[in-house]
Design a protein around this ligand. Structure first.
Ligand SMILES: [Zn+2]
Length: 389
């Protein structure tokens, strides 16, 4: 798991010697490949990468890092269902190893002056960290969900419900008393749950909460949730909290998250297109989005998942240009061609502190150039005046 802060640090990292290595491991499905094949694949990747970097001055340092990656990859056998990312730069003593949801695309190894973060961001962008609580009167089973990975956490125990005798006593007096006692006890427990889950969400920095419970329990639980927790509550699903399997929990939660994500993204696309059309806080098309990123204006970057485009990057000042010019329009120095600018876009967005959303398909965003951004402000406009209008 990775926090926004850590991601930003990785994006800000630079290796002047070009020794930043990014390694992505995509597990094969067990039925079509053996573990051995994966080991061979990683060895091949390392060998090819070494060949490509032989002319590089820091070849020796890179070789040592690649050997470390190879050793780490060999130990992935038992960890078959998860993807892996390793970011390493021996020159600056950086080694960061992360588990990923299993769909990282393909295994790859890239040596560059920056880390290659797009697959990492893509893997997590679709997978916000969610806390799932399955609640009944006696306990709450807690899970963490990120992408495909569901991890059980320590349960919140409220103790067994106290035994209450069956006799109604004289003329039903005891019966009414008993019911009130049970009602009170249940209320206290759900109140305790609401307080504990708020502490847990804050402590472990969860962005989203999902609650699974029986239908009849929900009206007893809901009133105790604070407004802060309600804001993070993405949905509720029907489940038997004591018996539900991990697979069942995963499916129910994923269904809710995907539905929510789809409608949120649609709203965001409409907002960006609307803002761009009235020359407000929106940018569409690669050229405008690149300019906004360079001016640090971007709040949310929206990009088609398979977006690809050529561009040039200045070797001196790092300015990007969508026209394939030989020299930089800012400083006049030589540029280098990028066959795909989308990695650079993601890095820039991370360094901006922007949120990144990958869009599966949207006809309006397609027409607008498959890329857009919601802006915090517009550097070329007087923002105060803009707000006042
Ligand atoms: Zn330049």
């Amino acid at each position: 798991m990775i926090t926004r802060q850590e991601l930003r640090q990785l994006a800000q990292f630079e290796s002047p010697g070009g020794c930043a290595i990014s390694f992505y491991f995509q597990p094969q499905t067990p039925q079509d490949k053996s573990h051995r094949d994966e080991a061979i694949l990683v060895k091949d990747l390392v060998r090819e990468t070494l060949k490509r970097t032989e002319h590089n001055g820091n070849h020796q340092a890179i070789r040592e890092d690649l050997e470390r990656i190879l050793t780490a990859a060999e130990s992935l056998h038992g960890n078959h269902s998860r993807g892996k990312a390793i970011f390493v730069c021996g020159e600056k003593d950086v080694w960061r190893e992360l588990d990923l949801p299993p769909r990282v695309g393909r295994s790859q190894l890239i040596v560059n002056s920056r880390f290659h973060l797009k697959p990492l961001v893509a893997a997590f962008a679709e997978a916000p960290r969610a806390c799932i609580a399955l609640v009944d009167r006696e306990k709450a089973r807690i899970f963490e969900l990120q992408g495909e990975i569901l991890t059980p956490k320590p349960e919140l125990e409220f103790g067994r419900m106290p035994h209450v005798g069956k006799s109604d006593g004289f003329e039903g007096y005891e019966g009414g008393h008993r019911e009130r006692y049970v009602e009170n006890e249940v209320m206290n427990r759900f109140k305790q749950f609401a307080e504990s889950i708020q502490l847990l969400m804050n402590r472990d920095k969860f962005e989203i909460l999902l609650i699974g419970c029986r239908d009849e329990a929900w009206p007893e639980i809901e009133p105790h949730l604070s407004s802060a927790i309600r804001q993070k509550l993405a949905g509720r699903f029907l489940v038997d909290p004591g018996l539900a399997s991990g697979v069942e929990v995963h499916q129910s939660a994923t269904r809710i998250l995907e539905k929510n994500r789809g409608s949120e993204q649609l709203d965001l696309i409409r907002e960006v297109l609307g803002q761009a059309a009235r020359n407000g806080r929106g940018a569409v098309g690669l050229r405008h989005v690149l300019t906004a990123l360079e001016r640090q204006e971007v709040q949310v970057l929206l990009v088609a998942r398979d977006f690809q485009a050529e561009a040039v990057e200045c070797r001196n000042c790092g300015h990007f240009d969508t026209r394939m010019v030989k020299s930089c329009v800012v400083c006049g120095q030589a540029t280098r061609e990028l066959s795909d600018v989308s990695d650079a876009l993601v890095d820039l967005a991370l360094r901006n502190g922007a949120e990144i959303q990958f869009v599966l398909s949207d006809p309006d965003l397609e027409k607008a150039g498959r890329i857009g951004a919601l802006l915090r402000f517009r550097a070329d406009q007087n923002t105060a005046e803009k707000v006042a209008v």
